[in-house]
Design a protein around this ligand. Structure first.
Ligand code: NDP
Length: 338
């Protein structure tokens, strides 16, 4: 069983050498009487929160640390090979929490979904039809309370979550601008995802001026993926009664001390609602989400860009690449096709 082992807690930017690909000769079997499942992993999801799990986390938290010297755990798509669980049988396809290895024994069944629709790419269940898709959907529709015609700004806009938030906002009739870190991504935002405007934040020495250029009347909704200086410049440009959905702050994940936000008092004066949210709170609306999004995919009303790395060996580089923006679209690692 080939595995990607997490070596030890990380400080600063994660490196490929923080992980190691090894092969064990132990053949996994479902223990007698177990009500878990044995799965063959097909696609693994690279997600920014995995960096948070690479540090030592003490006390209650949304996340727990990865166990050093053990395989990474994360979301993925897998095929059931053997089952002691009444709701799953060999041949079923699932998505949910698995480990970075060829075969896994899963005994924690909460948050595991049986895949019912296979007329779309299976890898989509790591992205548009999985956790990032639900994050974009719930974060935009439930947290941002959007209205037609509102001005929406999205950071890390070409990523797994951002590309969808922008498309949901366009479908609502909003004016949508995204920022991303390369020309290729800016072109995707404008030409493939239908954003009204997009800019490369790495080429803007003054983010406040850039936002004023794209939003002369201010921003109603900010979908926050990066934090730090971007958040500060956005608060300056928010309109009264604006909403900020705080989805994540990837620019802060590799820092020992978070950068200071200067403009927080403007939340008060402008009566801005800034609301954090965790996708797990919205897993109950997953069926409703599928009902909305599957037809959009089939009708071509929503498109999705993936960046698929081949083989478990490519996993560490793919994961580390999230923090330098190497990924174009949702980063997936393909281990097997079926
Ligand atoms: P992406 O696919 O967007 O990949 C991460 C991207 O972040 C990179 O491609 C890069 O794009 C950008 N980035 C990396 N470092 C920086 C930096 N220092 N400053 C600015 N941008 C940076 O990831 P996801 O779409 O999966 O995740 C987006 C955000 O959503 C993350 O903050 C994540 O933690 C959060 N999230 C939160 C959830 C929740 O429940 N609240 C659930 C899922 C995700 P670029 O080239 O544009 O710099």
């Amino acid at each position: 069983n080939k595995q990607v082992i997490f070596r030890d807690y990380v400080s600063g930017f994660p490196k490929e050498s923080d992980m190691e690909v090894t092969t064990t000769t132990v053949k996994l079997k479902l223990p007698e009487g177990s009500n878990g499942i044995l799965v063959k992993n097909l696609y693994l999801s690279c997600d920014p929160y995995m960096r948070i799990r690479m540090k030592r986390i003490e006390g209650p938290n949304v996340f727990s640390s990865f166990a050093p010297a053990s395989p990474l755990s994360g979301l993925g798509v897998a095929k059931v090979v053997d089952s002691g669980h009444p709701e799953f049988k060999a041949g079923d396809l699932i998505w949910g929490t698995t480990r970075w290895e060829e075969y896994s024994l899963i005994t924690e069944m909460e948050g595991l979904f049986k895949i019912q629709h296979t007329d779309v790419p299976l890898s989509y269940y790591t992205g548009i039809l999985g956790m990032p898709g639900l994050t974009a959907f719930a974060g935009f529709h439930e947290v941002c309370s959007p209205k037609k015609g509102e001005y929406v700004f999205i950071s890390a806009a070409a990523g797994a979550v951002g590309q969808l938030v922008g498309q949901f906002a366009k479908l609502m009739g909003c004016y949508v601008v995204g920022s991303a870190g390369s020309k290729e991504k800016v072109d995707l935002l404008k030409n493939k995802f239908g954003f009204d405007e997009a800019f490369n934040y790495k080429e803007e020495s003054d983010l406040n001026a850039a936002l004023k250029r794209y939003f002369p009347e201010g921003i109603d909704i900010y979908f926050e993926n990066v934090g730090g200086k971007t958040l500060d410049a956005v608060i300056l440009n928010m309109r009264a009664h604006g909403r900020i959905a705080v989805c994540g702050m990837i620019s802060q994940y590799n820092l020992e001390q978070p950068e200071g936000v200067q403009n927080l008092m403007l939340l008060v004066y402008k009566r801005i609602r800034m609301e954090g949210f965790v996708v797990f709170d919205y897993y109950n609306i997953y069926p409703k989400f599928l009902d909305v999004v599957l037809p959009y995919i089939r009708e071509g009303k929503i498109v999705y860009v993936e960046d698929i790395a081949e083989g478990l060996e490519s996993g560490p580089a793919a994961l580390v690449g999230l923090y330098s923006g190497r990924n174009v679209g949702k980063q997936v690692v393909a281990i097997a096709r079926d």
